[in-house]
Design a protein around this ligand. Sequence first.
Ligand code: SAH
Ligand code: SF4
Ligand code: F3S
Length: 446
Amino acid sequence: MTGLRFHIRTYGCQMNERDSEALAVLLRDAGYQSAGREEDADILLFNTCSVRDQAERKAVGKIGLMRRLKRARPGLIIGVLGCMAQNRGAQLLDELPHVDLVVGTDRLHLLPEILAEVTAGRRGQIHIEPGTEILGELQRHEPGKVSAFVSVMRGCDQYCSYCIVPYVRGREKSRPADEIVAEVRELVAHGTMEIFLLGQNITAYGLAERRRAGRLTPEDSPFAELLRAVNDVAGVARIRFTSPHPRYMNAAFIEAVTTLPKVCEAFHVPLQSGADRVLRAMGRGYTLAEYADRIRRIRDRLPEVTFSTDVIVGFPGETDEDFAATRNAMNDIAFDMAYIFKYSPRAGTRAAGLADDVPQAVKEERNQILLQDLERRTGTANARFVGRRVEVLVEGRSKRDARRWTGRTRAAKVCIFPPAEGVEAGRLIEVRIERVTPNSLFGVKV
Ligand code: SAH
Ligand code: SF4
Ligand code: F3S
């Protein structure tokens, strides 16, 4: 059956955004149509996240609200996709009996077939078997994006003690480099300028495959090789990626990111904690000194580089001293941006076996302290750009003010400027910065 309209709501990380984009194209190819608004859809799909309890609760709450809608329109099809679907499986149908299909992270590419079964009346579909076929199947793109996500691997083998991702996304599996490069070529041929490579543990790209083939040395960085290959594609203007793991940021990686001209000088490097004791309990595989050493080696060679990070406060057993170590580390490293999370136990992970002993109020307080530190730093950090010329990739009109345009600098700073000759989406321009706020740079094209 075709002509039905679908709407996908996406939770969680960029990998989920990327999956949702590819799914939308897949569904349109199968004869379904995109519904701009939820109210207009015949099929409502929720691509979910499990990383924190709050993420799951948000999605369950929202999907729960759909019960009323479904009562009014019994033909409505409701699907739960992605990480929470993988995590909860059939149990979701008990909790949310109005759900018609549950499709886990390795089965998303089968969505058109699964929807055909559902529309034929076979509701209550559950597809959560692990597999690797999806790797080559879920790579279609919405046309004409200035900046495009490209997924280079799925899964994670790192098993940080607090993290559910390895359980919901499965074993690390990397796509062949030639396939990724072909996808990048195709994107560039259709106007894409910036390639944003995605993987939960992207610096481990290709390692599992090379290890299995018996030819892995500690000096290897298949990801650095991939960066070179993407850098060589004519028409690519900028390369970004997320998330590297400090443990695999070896000399080959550092060499690549500090010398390849298209790799942008803005890196997101999750720190998680500044206390070695906590890092060990998290199973992160590095000390603060090792982390700081990687940062320093990059900064020495790229003075303009900016760093952002992820930090967890209130991990089991985190003392005031541990927290102070995190706070100092964040101030010393001077991150331009940070995501700060309050620890939330995830069933099945190793840390879930530890007492969640930092009181909620203390987690909240530590969270606020780090946010305030960050605000104080970022409040003045952009001032150094005033009067300077920066390269900006134009993304489109500003959402806040359609008379102005927006883009990003190589250091990932949002830049706002008035229209001018040559200002159009996808163009690289030079902007002279006139004033700044903590979040944006304002200037004019030169
Ligand atoms: N692959 C990335 C990000 C994974 S999830 C990495 O290796 O860092 C995004 C962030 O969520 C993590 O970096 C971590 O800071 C946070 N996170 C993961 N599990 C969490 C938990 N149980 N409680 C609180 N924050 C968590
Ligand atoms: Fe989770 Fe650690 Fe894997 Fe990141 S590297 S996804 S934090 S297990
Ligand atoms: Fe969440 Fe899954 Fe991403 S758990 S953070 S959506 S990989």
